[in-house]
Design a protein. Sequence first.
Length: 133
Amino acid sequence: FEGDKRNRNIDSFTGMALEAYLLQIKGDSSQAEISFHQILKKIEDTINPKYPIRSNLLAGCYACLGMHEEALNELKIGAGAGTYSYYYLSMLPLLDPIRHLPEYMEIMDNLKAKSDRMRNNVMAKAYSEELKK
């Protein structure tokens, strides 16, 4: 997906979503809600659906809007699309509204295990290559 121009706006969408989140925690929930809906539309119209981080951003916006089922569904879609974003997701403040949910914890446990397996495989391969020298 490197060459897909539609995916180059990830950082700006994350920034916009975090700004809306700040509005929300400062008490301006009506403006935050408007912003989140605008961001959702832009993400859906702009980012390639095959790009796993799209689901992570949608999940964050849905979580902040109180749409927990939709947020969890997007996290599952991202996980199924091959995301290894455990550490990113574990620190993304947009997901704070759903962190307490058992479904969220299960998704995150699975992503952590997947991430750990990938890291261990890479390290084992690097170690094996080092031994061949």
